[in-house]
Design a protein around this ligand. Structure first.
Ligand code: TYM
Length: 359
C-alpha cells in the first residue's frame, strides 16, 4: 500500500513536471479553453459573458487559447440535421466575425476531434449518476424538454469536463451559468488524480467583471438565453440596429424613475446598466453615476446605442464570412489538426493511467 502511494506520488511529480515545461525545457504557456454550443445565433449574454473575455485574452501572449464550437453538446436537444450543420458553420463565422484570429488561437469544431468523446467515456466511469442528476441545468432542461430527457442531456457535464481536461487547461472563461459545470469538471479531475496520480490539470473558471450574467430584457430575473421562446427577451449578435433599438425600448424596468445599480431591488434597470457597462468596458456603478437625473428611456437608448456600435462591425464581417464556406471549413480543418495533436496525448495518458493497453 505504502509503495503504491509512493509510486503514485512519484508518477504525479514526473507528470506535472513534464507539463510545466515544454519538450525543450522552456516554460509552458497557460492554457485558456472555452466553447459555445451552436444553437442558432449567439445572444448578447454569450457575447458579453464569454466572448468579450476571449477577445481580451487574445491580446495576452503569455497564454495559449483554444476555442471550440461544441456541436456534440447541441445534439442533446432534438434538432434537424440541416439546422445542426448550418448552426455550426454560422457559429464558426461568428467566432471569426467577433475578431477571434484563427492564426493566434486554435479554433475548431468539437466533433472533429474524436478524443473528446473517448475521454468522456473514461470520465463517465468516474462520475456518479447522483451528481449528474443534481445539476441545475439538467433539471431545468429536463423540465423544458420532458419528452426528450436523453442520456446526453444528463451526461453533458462529463463531455464538457473532457473538453476542458484534454488540453491541460488552466483557465476557462465562461458566464456564471457554467460555473457549476466547471466545478464538476474539477471534482472529476481531482477524483481521477487521487486514484491514478496527477493525470489532469485542475482548471479554474474565469469570470468577467461585467457581463458575467446578462438577464432577459423581458424578465430580468431569468438569464438571457438562446432558447427563450420570447424573442423580445434577447438581443442576438446579428440583430439589425432597428431590432436592437426596438428590444431595448420595450425592456422591462420598474415603476420608480431613479437610475441606480441594485440587482436585488431594481433587476431590470441594473441589467441595462450591466449591459451598457460591459459594452463600453466600464462598470455598472459608473454608468449609473453618469445617468443621474436621466429617465429610464434615456438609459434604454444609451444601452441600445452602445450595443449597436459594438455589434455593427461584427454583423458586417459576418455577412462576408458566411458566404465563404470553403474558407470556414479550412479554418475548422486546420484548427482540428492542432487541437487533436494536444488532445490525443492527454487521452493516451488517461488511458494508460486506467490500464488500457497502449498500441
Ligand atoms: P452556452 O453555449 O450555453 O453559452 C456559451 C457561453 O456564454 C455564456 N452565457 C452567458 N453569460 C452571461 N450572461 C448570459 N445570459 C449568458 N448565457 C450564456 C455561458 O456561460 C458560456 O460561457 N456547455 C457550454 C459550452 C461548452 C463549454 C465547454 C464551455 C462545451 N464545452 C468547455 C467551456 C468549456 C454551453 O452550453 O455554453
Amino acid at each position: 500500500m505504502r509503495v503504491c502511494v509512493l509510486m503514485r506520488l512519484r508518477r504525479a511529480k514526473v507528470c506535472s513536471a513534464a507539463r510545466r515545461t515544454g519538450e525543450g525545457g522552456e516554460e509552458m504557456k497557460k492554457v485558456v479553453y472555452s466553447a459555445v454550443q451552436p444553437t442558432s445565433q449567439l445572444t448578447l449574454g454569450n457575447y458579453l459573458g464569454a466572448v468579450n473575455n476571449w477577445l481580451k485574452l487574445q491580446q495576452d501572449e503569455s497564454k495559449e487559447r483554444i476555442f471550440a464550437v461544441a456541436d456534440l453538446h447541441s445534439l442533446t436537444i432534438r434538432r434537424e440535421a440541416r439546422e445542426v450543420r448550418e448552426n455550426t458553420l454560422s457559429l464558426l463565422a461568428q467566432f471569426l466575425a467577433f475578431g477571434l484570429d484563427e492564426k493566434r488561437n486554435i479554433i475548431y469544431v468539437q466533433s472533429h476531434v474524436p478524443a473528446h468523446t473517448q475521454l468522456a467515456w473514461i470520465l463517465n466511469c468516474y462520475t456518479y449518476v447522483g451528481e449528474m442528476s443534481r445539476m441545475t441545468q439538467f433539471k431545468d432542461k429536463s423540465a423544458k424538454h420532458a419528452d426528450n430527457v436523453n442520456m446526453g442531456l444528463m451526461d453533458y457535464p462529463v463531455l464538457m469536463a473532457a473538453d476542458i481536461l484534454l488540453y491541460d487547461t488552466d483557465l476557462v472563461p465562461v458566464g456564471v451559468d457554467q460555473v457549476q459545470h466547471l466545478e464538476i469538471a474539477r471534482d472529476i479531475a481531482i477524483r481521477f488524480n487521487n486514484i491514478y496520480g496527477e493525470t489532469f490539470k485542475v482548471p479554474e473558471a474565469l469570470l468577467g467583471r461585467a457581463g458575467a450574467k446578462i438577464m432577459s430584457l423581458t424578465d430580468p430575473t431569468a438569464k438571457m438565453s438562446k432558447s427563450d421562446p420570447n424573442p423580445m427577451g434577447r438581443i442576438n449578435v446579428l440583430d439589425s440596429e432597428a431590432d436592437i433599438v426596438k428590444k431595448f425600448k420595450r425592456a422591462v424596468t420598474d415603476s420608480e424613475s431613479v437610475i441606480a445599480y441594485d440587482p436585488e431591488k431594481k433587476p431590470g434597470v441594473s441589467n441595462l446598466l450591466a449591459i451598457l457597462a460591459a459594452a463600453k468596458g466600464t462598470i455598472p456603478e459608473q454608468e449609473a453615476g453618469e445617468c443621474e437625473g436621466l429617465m429610464y428611456g434615456h438609459l434604454k437608448l444609451r444601452a441600445a446605442e452602445a450595443v449597436s456600435a459594438m455589434l455593427r462591425p461584427v454583423r458586417e464581417r459576418y455577412e462576408a464570412l458566411i458566404k465563404d464556406e470553403g474558407y470556414l471549413l479550412e479554418v475548422a480543418r486546420e484548427g482540428a489538426e492542432k487541437a487533436a495533436a494536444i488532445a490525443e496525448k492527454t487521452l493516451k495518458r488517461a488511458g494508460a493511467a486506467v490500464g488500457l493497453l497502449q498500441g
